[in-house]
Design a protein around this ligand. Sequence first.
Ligand code: ATP
Ligand code: MG
Length: 263
Amino acid sequence: MSTLLRLHDVHKSFGGNHVLTGLSFHISKGEIVGLLGPNGCGKSTVLNTVTGYCPIDNGKIEVGGQIVSGRAPHEIAKMGVRRTFQLPSMPSRMTVAETVMAASTGRHGLVSTLIRSLATVELERQTKERAAQLMKELLLDKVAHLPATAISGGQKKLLGIACALMEQPLLLLLDEPMAGVHPNLRAELVETLKRINRQGVTLVIIEHDMHFIAETCTRCVVLDKGRTVADCQPAELENHQGVVEAYLGKKPSMRLEAVGVPA
Ligand SMILES: Nc1ncnc2c1ncn2[C@@H]1O[C@H](COP(=O)(O)OP(=O)(O)OP(=O)(O)O)[C@@H](O)[C@H]1O
Ligand SMILES: [Mg+2]
């Protein structure tokens, strides 16, 4: 499998807080990788650096072999990189349905005015259809008419995912997609993500819900103190010394089940 995302020796500090301390890992095309680690270890910062929201101090980030460090978020998005936010903020004057549809850039490259207007009508039809399908899959169809600011925290998470999927990305980075979402929806979310992965989307998922990780991911990268301490299968997490130390400190006699890692 070819490498889609590579971080090489990435450093990032906020004032005196050295958050990423020489972080290196790669994601191959077609994978679903869990990005794990204790609170404050730098997971969201990784997403912010990859998507151009946060410049790095040192090192290199590549998407599809092209260096993206230093590029603006919209340029990186154009390369097919989409993300969701840990704490999503919603547009204040749009409904849920309008928010999802607005996430489509509606690009077309046709020349003649007639063809362009026909293409626009067709594009609008496709955009509406895709938005309706995503809202149904993510159980947002019942709140499609509500202001995006009026829906619940869990529904805002799902809305963020729907927006990120409007234009099938190459690489989708999800920041805690299950946080605030009812556990009954876990199986459906797992299935949705696996299906879009089969359609060609590579996924990186930050998540503290270890059952979700075990059910969804093919590989896990675990961070601690801003660098990689484990790169393993979900089933290997429980007995991985680096993971045990990251979550529990140097107490290998304790079991990771205590912090939610399924046996
Ligand atoms: N824009 C910023 N300005 C200053 N400090 C920041 C900024 N962004 C992140 N940090 C700091 O970087 C560290 C890592 O934060 P980050 O949000 O990446 O952690 P995380 O691993 O995502 O944690 P959690 O699991 O709690 O979401 C924290 O100490 C945080 O305060
Ligand atoms: Mg975070």
